[in-house]
Write a protein that binds this ligand. Structure first.
Ligand code: ADP
Length: 174
């Protein structure tokens, strides 16, 4: 079976998937943006489990339970802080997507949703970030047919447009 890739506009904390990905910081102890929203929705048990993980390096990922979220698991990955582009940011961003998918497959998960990692507080430009996200996921799922669905959960119309373009979808307006 081939994996379905789709982009949606929405709040990642509301998604009923096997795992949602958190754009965490290296402490894994919570922060602003999507990280704050995920911790608020999951409840204090998530922070307790994260505390035991003792952090995560940029480009790596860790998996925890989803607690009060509809998602069964949270995969925490630490995106690169944008520093002009010559600091391996693109490579590290691709690694976040790959490592998150690798963890999902090892845990036997079938569906996963990503936020637009690094494009908020961390300042990675949205257009190249969307291209890297889609390309890295497409390359990974080519040899991971057990994954049924990968969702790109966009928090803005602009991000949704960029992902639809990167996915080569027709934008239909009704
Ligand atoms: P980073 O520190 O990796 O840049 P941010 O949380 O600041 O992470 O932003 C990453 C992306 O997540 C941004 O596109 C932001 O708009 C988006 N975002 C924020 N809250 C949510 C949410 N509840 N669901 C999905 N995406 C969100």
């Amino acid at each position: 079976m081939t994996t379905k890739l789709r982009a949606i506009h929405g709040d990642i904390t509301s998604l009923n998937v096997d795992a949602i990905v958190n754009a965490a910081n290296s402490s894994l102890l919570g922060g602003g943006g999507v990280d704050g929203a995920i911790h608020r929705a999951a409840g204090p048990e998530l922070r307790q489990e994260c505390q035991r993980l003792q952090g995560c390096n940029t480009g790596e990922a860790r998996i925890t339970g989803g607690y009060r979220l509809p998602a069964k698991h949270v995969i925490h990955t630490v995106g690169p802080v944008w520093n002009g582009g010559a600091d391996r940011e693109a490579e590290l961003l691709a690694s976040c997507y790959r490592e998150s998918l690798r963890l999902a497959v090892s845990a036997g998960l079938r569906s996963i949703a990503f936020p637009c990692i690094s494009t908020g507080i961390y300042g990675f430009p949205a257009e190249p970030a969307a291209r890297i996200a889609v390309q890295t996921v497409q390359e990974f799922v080519a040899s991971a047919p057990e994954l049924e669905e990968v969702v790109f959960c966009c928090f803005s119309d602009e991000d949704l447009r960029l992902y639809q373009h990167a996915l080569g979808e027709q934008i239909v307006r009704g």
